[in-house]
Design a protein around this ligand. Sequence first.
Ligand code: SF4
Ligand code: SF4
Length: 500
Amino acid sequence: MAAKANFETPAFRPYPVIPILKPGAMKGNGPFVAKPPMQEALGFPGELIDNWHDVAIEKMGELLKKYRSLRVYLDACVKCGACTDKCHYMIGTFDPKNMPVARQDLLRQVYRRYFTLAGKWFPKLVGAKDLTREVLDDWYNYFHQCSQCRRCSVFCPYGIDTADISMAAREILDSVGKGQKYCNEIIAKVYKIGNNLGLPEPALRDTLEGLEEDIKDETGVDVRLPVDEEGAEVLVITPSADFFAEPHIDGLIGYAKVFHQAGISWTLSSSASEAANFSMFIGSYENMRRVALRIREAAINLKVKRIIFGECGHAWRVAYSFLNTLVGPFDFLDQRYPIPQHICEFTYDLIQKGALKLDKSANDHRRVTFHDSCNVARASRMGDMPGGQFIIPREVIKASCNHFYDMPADTIHDQTYCCGGGGGLLTDDLMELRVKGALPRMEALKHVVDNYGVTHMAAICAICKTQFAKVLPYYGFEMDQIISVHQLVSDAIVLSVDEI
Ligand code: SF4
Ligand code: SF4
């Protein structure tokens, strides 16, 4: 007979599965190396220099002096192991060097050897290692298997930030001429043409005109997508994927409809037609500043009063956390608004004021979940409330559709999993890593698909959207199950011809 009690007996827990590690599983899976012209455009040596060893150690010393945090992170780890199973790349590949602590150790062992007394005299005792070509190659491989998502640091009792260590490693690699093709090529395109995709101004104008015609055909309303319009109130800085890629473009249409209904003039800029700032991924402050400077110049030239960022995760981190110190002060903008502001904050404010007409039933064919993007979730905020970066996008979604379901609690908010393509890894030469790294998010998505019939996952990051469109089919989903948050707004907003 079962015993009775006035308390709840805990349920049996599933037997934990201890993963079998696969040493070297992802060794040699580094991305393509940048060619000399790409490197030189950013001020780095074209290819691996002869005295790379000495230059790398010197650069490490320079970074240790410049960033006190880096030295603290390298000194503070007590090998408690709390981070070991928290990285999506570790979960997806079982390569032990994808454990955050092991990834950090690749740099830490060299730091100890050259910058600590114990490491100089008793290297074996303290796990210190010489910087050899093999170690350098490991840096290249495994620091390009970190999307700098910062999930591991949430679980570290000392708050050690592996993303910062990964940025420092990539900065050292660039300084000796071993940069990554994808990131460095993109940054060079931003300098030359204004955006990541190399989309020239005439093509941008054509695209925007085409979108205006599409909206007119769909709604009968003249909704504008202006570019370089001097004197507009708002400058919108958005990822260039918004101009042509699916599902991003439907988000851009959503922004345009929101501005239209709010009656607020806005413009894009042909010279700053890109929100992304990949310089953060390579840890290059100088390049990050140079990329950000285009935004300041565009705002001054166009005489706008506000700057609003579109749906882009890491761009929002750069904007929220660094824009003012990188290229401020923005004393020429209207100080009554956040500088800068996120498009979700903007839309949320209008919803709160009752300034948008939204018909939620227009999205009744969708059951929606939301993917928190890492750089928004763990490296920035929205609004003036704690956790605004989690609350505001969800409130925008809930104001636009009737069926919303969150994924499991340990996979959202500050514990969100990376899409698998962040941090400059969204390149086809890293496809295996991207698919494997997406596993935890795909499992969480499957949970809400199976339990609540979820049909779509919304996101506010261009990298996440592109990554999911590519990897969803690998896990048996459809590529169009990923959508922009402002696509939901776009479909729900009720425009009337009287607003023209
Ligand atoms: S920052 Fe993200 S990708 Fe990098 S080690 Fe930590 S959990 Fe993994
Ligand atoms: S959780 Fe922090 S202290 Fe513990 S092993 Fe990982 S990095 Fe080191």
